[in-house]
Ligand binder design. Sequence first.
Ligand code: ADP
Ligand code: ZN
Length: 747
Amino acid sequence: MVCLSAKFKIMLSQNQYLQVALGTSRRRSFTYLPPVTIPQYQALIPGIRLQVPLGNRQVVGILLKVSNHCDIVATKLKAATALIDLQPVLPEGLFQLGLWACRYYQYPVGDGLLHMLPTKLRQAQRNQPVSSHWQRLDDSIALTAAAILQRSPKQAAIWHQLKELPVIFNQQQLKRVGLTPGALKGLLQKGLLKTLLQPTTAPEPKLAQDALVLNPEQTRALQCISPMSQHFRCTLLQGVTGSGKTEIYLQAITQCLSQGRRALILVPEIGLTPQTLQQLQARFDNTIICLHSGLTDKQRLDGWQQANLGFADIVVGTRSAIFTPIPQLGLIVVDEEHDLAYKQQDGLRYHARDLAVKRAYDEAIPIILGSATPALESLANVERGRFQHAVLPKRAGPAQQQRYQIIDVCNEVLSGGLSTELLLHIEQHLRANQQVLLFLNRRGFAPSLQCHNCGLTITCPQCDASLTLHQEPARLHCHHCDHKQAVICQCPYCHNQNLQAIGVGTERCEAQLNKQFPTVPVLRIDSDSTRGKHKLPQLLAEILTGQPCILLGTQMLTKGHHFPSVTLVGLLDLDASLFSTDFRGPERLAQQVVQAAGRAGRANQPGLALLQTRQGEHPYIQILTQRGYAEFACYELQRRRQAQLPPYTHMAIFRAEAKLAQSAEQCLTHLQKALDDLPEAGEQLRAIGPIPASMLRRNGRYRYQLLLQHPQRQALQTICSKLCLLAEQKQLHKVRWSLDIDPQEIM
Ligand code: ADP
Ligand code: ZN
């Protein structure tokens, strides 16, 4: 009998084939036998990581499935080397979301799933959270503590210190009494403390500050969101800047916590996380964890693990935080939902907002998408009845909506990008002790350097783009490939020594402002001036003192910040973005204008937004300034519908790049020709291309794209997956290709 059952066991194990997803560019899984070292009874659960041989390397993979049969002869299969996890590294729901995302974005599943994990877990590191929460044992034991600690005065002192803390305390609290986790070792050994591996109670709101009394519009919006409900409901919260969306988030989170559930807040930029964190910390004493790309790998892993264990009641983060495992998630907030930063532009090209909606749907919970300038996609989803619409038409509290005024600069010679009229306005506002914000979306001193004699523009050796002249520090810099070189004083073509800086960047404008207003601080805020961890917070703190000053910055300045003393906003250069080749150009322009203008007059002073342009009569500018974003959106949606563009059709782009222009183009021509043989590619399919990218050569590579549009998503998905297969099968020599589903940018 014993013999038989042993034989039976071996047969079972022989019949186990592991389908493993590896981080390679192949769109398929790989089959392995179970590791020889594991015990027979070891359960192999999909979602665990394993180490497997691939060629002569050892790589990390994720187990997708265990099956009983396999088409490959067993002797040709290799065994996995070892199990890294005993339990799935992602909870089931997130694992499924990841699989769904890889299918939807047609991305290799192994690479996609590994991308969802913190960097350290993409390697073979064990998923072993460091302890961060401890519990002091109850008083009956504590009474004997003195006896136990009699002979170790050092530990007795620590025990004494710990008594200042709550019975359950975390690492931050420990730090506050001046102790490190290492100091607890002795007490843990003696059984006076224990490590907690999960929270002992469900979340509940711990308010540090009273909630504001909502105005009627806010009340209606909160009812619409219904954060107490435990079913899927997506609300687009469209509120002009300063209308009190944040207060609604805070109250929705409170209601979510009161249900014993946790909340996830997404913000587009790392620059916005400290501000959001501050607002949350001011309101809640609950544990809040912040996840963004500015953290070290270790900090990120730590935050992720704590969230996974349920120690964070609130998680705040940027794009990839959508993949944070959070038990009993009850609410998702996507702030500034229109922001382009939510779209991942390489690898798994997901849109975090769209995945957030999918996650909320899967977990059957409410989700809020907030913005003053919603994406047209989201407005179309309201139109289709998929999203609820809650509108906050005016500013909360005493602040009024700012006014617009157009400054026509046709025929005017500007100094440092500034018109006489704009300078007059700036002076007025400064004299009234107010702050001025100027928006110029171009960093550096000047966007190009040109020879005065032959007209040659100095271009990047790697890209079809001019080099930007910078003064701090002096250099020529390519903003596309990061190529840097010393400033040249002689034309490389005609050797003339008269080279001129053409156009205006933030550095040049700053110099002019310093000349015009020598006694007023000019704070330049762009990615150059805010390099280093403390720079941006320092600058923001200076602004918040309310002293008169001029803030000059790129779009990073206009996003979501609340500057109560700014009363004048100037937009210096709209015209460049009016003639974009991307069909989303007007939408982005409108969002930028409204977001920038919305920084004016957020407290009790009225605000003014000045638009400096040579295209004052342009219908977009007229509609936007006279009738507002909602009307603009209607107009633009109409135009998209007529032109059969997204959101009224679905789009995908195949991109290819190579050192030889011909190779990149041929790769796409091959795909485009294959369309003729695909039954799904009927008359409704619109294929455009291969067309060269508007900047053909970038970083030494030539880039082409093939645009596909189809009114039915499923048909487009099928076409794309067939083309992916083709592209994979054909040995494309030295061509990098990618597929972008729902692309947000056309190159
Ligand atoms: P948004 O997020 O829509 O840009 P905020 O939430 O930052 O707007 O609100 C702008 C200002 O209005 C803040 O100073 C906020 O404290 C205030 N505010 C919001 N809601 C109310 C309210 N119900 N009553 C009074 N003031 C409010
Ligand atoms: Zn370059």
